[in-house]
Design a protein around this ligand. Structure first.
Ligand code: HEM
Length: 184
């Protein structure tokens, strides 16, 4: 994945733990990279190994690491120069989610990637929608759960997420039921 993602993992570890823990995670993951370059493509194994090593060292399931990391991602991208893009993607959580593929397409223009996830939004009632997450990469559903919490913080909206269908169990994609209460 692009260096931006690995840099975000570093930022997550350093802000929730410390720089020494990050060095130990890289060592355990056998990732010999001093500085990740945002726009450079690294093998996906680098990202998966970092998450696996963090899980072992911190004694926390990888799914929890991915979820907290997903929540961290929204603030990280905002600080890394994407605040305007995030703001332009939607004024509410459902509007933002409906435009998420457009956001990745815009980012993809500068990064030159084609392997981005796809999201489909189906409103199912007031304050409720179903989100399909279609990806070529396995195991990142927990990150989406955390991303939704991060977006909830960004929109000052309380969000609960239920993971309804799992691709790992043979479903066509991961599907989430998202309930949200926007501020009045
Ligand atoms: C301005 C904000 C954002 C930027 C700059 C951004 C950029 C990226 C980049 C560079 C990747 C890696 C793609 C690759 O290496 O092939 C990625 C992956 C991903 N992004 Fe975003 N993204 C943003 C916001 C979001 C948000 C809000 C979500 C919420 C659901 C999201 C969901 C994902 C997921 C789940 C992946 C994992 C890749 C996969 O499934 O294949 N992103 N994004």
């Amino acid at each position: 994945m692009y260096g931006l993602v690995n840099k975000a993992i570093e930022d997550y570890v350093c802000s929730n733990f410390d720089a020494d823990t990050w060095e130990r995670i890289k060592e355990k993951a056998q990732v010999d990279v001093d500085v990740f370059v945002c726009m450079e493509a690294y093998p996906d194994e680098v990202t998966y190994s970092l998450v696996g090593a963090a899980s072992e060292l911190l004694g926390t399931p990888a799914s929890e690491i991915l979820s907290s990391f997903g929540e961290h991602w929204v603030g990280f991208t905002r600080r890394e120069g994407y605040a305007e893009l995030l703001a332009a993607t939607g004024r509410t959580l459902p509007e933002f989610l409906s435009n998420l593929d457009g956001l990745h397409a815009r980012v993809g223009l500068t990064y030159g990637f084609a392997n981005t996830p796809l999201f489909r939004v189906k409103p199912t009632g007031p304050g409720e929608l179903v989100l399909d997450y279609v990806s070529t990469r396995p195991g990142l559903g927990p990150m989406v759960m955390g991303l939704l919490q991060g977006l909830g913080l960004m929109f000052h909206t309380s969000v609960t997420v239920e993971w309804v269908t799992h691709r790992a169990d043979g479903a066509a994609c991961d599907q989430f039921l998202v309930k949200y209460v926007a501020p009045v």
